[in-house]
Design a protein around this ligand. Sequence first.
Ligand code: NOJ
Length: 751
Amino acid sequence: MKREYTVVLLLLASISVFGGSSVDSAFIDSLMSVMTLEEKIGQLNLPVGDDIESGTAKGADFEKLIINGQLGGFFNVSGVDKIKKLQQAAVEKGPHGIPLLVGADVIHGYRTIFPIPLGLASSWSPENIKRMARISAIEATADGINWNFSPMVDICRDPRWGRIAEGSGEDPYLGSQLAKAYVEGYQGDDLKSDSTLMACVKHFALYGAAEGGRDYNTVDMGKERLFNYYLPPYKAAVDAGCGSLMTSFNLINGQHSTAAGWLTQDLLRDNWNFGGLVVTDYNSMPEIATMGTSTIEDAAAKSMMAGTDMDMVSGLFVKYLKRSLTEGKVSMDMIDRACRRVLEVKQKLGLFDDPYKYCNSNRADKELFTKSHRAVARDIAAETFVLLKNENKLLPLNKKGKIALIGPLADVKNNMCGCWAMAGEHVTVLDGFRRAVGKRADILYAKGSNIYHNATVQMNGSGIKPIPYVEDEDGLLSEAMMVAEKSDVIVAVMGESSEMSGESASRADITIPDAQRELLKRLVKTGKPVVLVLFTGRPLVLDWESENIPAILNVWFPGSEAGDAIADVVFGNKNPEGKLTATFPRSVGQIPLYYNHLMPSHPDPDSKVFNRYCSNYIDCSNEPLYPFGYGMSYTEFKYGKPELSADAMERNGSIRLSVDVTNTGNMDGTEIVQLYLRDVVADIARPVKELKDFAKIYIPKGETRKVEFVITPDKLKYYDSELKYRYDPGEFEVMVGSDSKNLQTMKFIVK
Ligand code: NOJ
């Protein structure tokens, strides 16, 4: 096995904690002493259970597997009664009465749905993420689930990748803060509590770096980039005590991540001291063979050798491990170790004390989709919206006159939540607007267009939540124009439908789909003011819109309370405060485009004009359309001159930066103040800037707040060419401001 980074890994400092309650090894020893080899291997099997819903045949098989001791858990079964029956089969009829893990993808809410993770990240609030995760844990455990396949912390610099929606964006620092918050929110202080879920950080590793933004595609990655930009959020989740981890689907430098021993065994387990459970991703084990790095017969052994414990879906552990043991390709120790880890997490969840602790149907009736959970979801959603443009303060709108709500996303109850949310009846923008204005204004509505002109492409971007395609596109358009003509102001509700992002939803063209862009152009031609309320699961190329639409409010997918949350912001009950965590490019051709890039050779001195022999494009600026960290407010914030507590920092010392921020506008508001650093001369080139801290502060109108950041050595450190984690003496630039472009720069020396 190729263990590329082994030597340097041994040099790395490592501290990690395994969250939750302690393990009673004597209990596990004695249980394992009576288990057969087959039963131990059975514990490593994690089949998917979504199709047992309808089938007695399949359901019966499933129960048979349990009774034969051929599974350690299952996932994607919903409903506490159904889960309880399966748990009962395991405890009452299965060998040794071993309870089951019950997994699910509770990615941004269970029944009460919150904004997609990329939206949640835009609130730059670990607190919001924790509240969301806490409520998700309460609801999911009330419905029988004890293990959650979240958070996804894959850094992504390519918005063509649909799964950018499921993560926190492009930045390792922010991504790490939020990874920790997810884990703390799901797991709480006590994994044994009946309202906490075991978290599962995924996808280890580098799934977000798929070539061309095409899902499941190859990843090639140098070690400096890997350690400095991609690994930190996984490490942060592990350090926060995350109970489990999922491998990924992709190759990394030609090796399948599910069979990469340098990654799972050497780095994760030996170096980061991760003591939890490692599960493969859905059927990724046989793909070790499909992708050309094993025979199918050896894939299970290779995966186990690499350090995985549980096989999601493929069944290859059950099929081949015994044979691999006979052939000497795995050892009994390895099988024992994996089985022990499965039993340990069951113990940590308290399942041996009470296997039915997550199966209380009284809770399911009372704790799902409650008024108070929905109120939190509505508040959080409003904090995730990013105001991209607001010419002449068109927003907020007054609740008066005739407001036209036009677009294929204005009134679709099943499309408010984005990927990974059960289909459901949720508050649409039309519902929300009508409720918000009451009798004070008229809300007129027209669908206006399909998502795409092409019905097949529209279908490709739909899964379980399709928006019906309307053949009479001219009819849709003329109805919309009639409505627009009658109105005083037009609110266009457009963008991506729910399943145009998420898994298996890569796009080559990330503009607003053609049918909607044409409609938007027609609406602008009426000469009426147009507000674009943009639904999207990824950064889009808004080149035309940014020039021609006076106000753009990006709402991502806000979740079950979408319509009310959007109305809260559009009508000014709440002031937008979200900021982008992934760069919005001007053109797909600029991708990958990210703020924390290295200095190129021949840097371009001025991106407004073309400079030959500089690193640029003849037909497009290097600049993003909307940079990382960007987002407007209905009020204005003015930054004073920042001050440093000293010009030089002692080795192992610290230095403080403070800056006054004044709300000079007419509305109370919240600003996200950002701190970036640059190491001017280093062992390997360091980015032109890197986010190292931020503060989210509420400032009443007319008032000033002083914001202070403490710069400590950990903010200066990086992995060098030998993967030593270090910081350098010499000059540093420190930048503070409202986004990654709008910054004031100062310098200090590190002694
Ligand atoms: C495949 C996805 O990649 C992963 O994120 C998810 O948790 C599993 N399927 C289970 O649904």
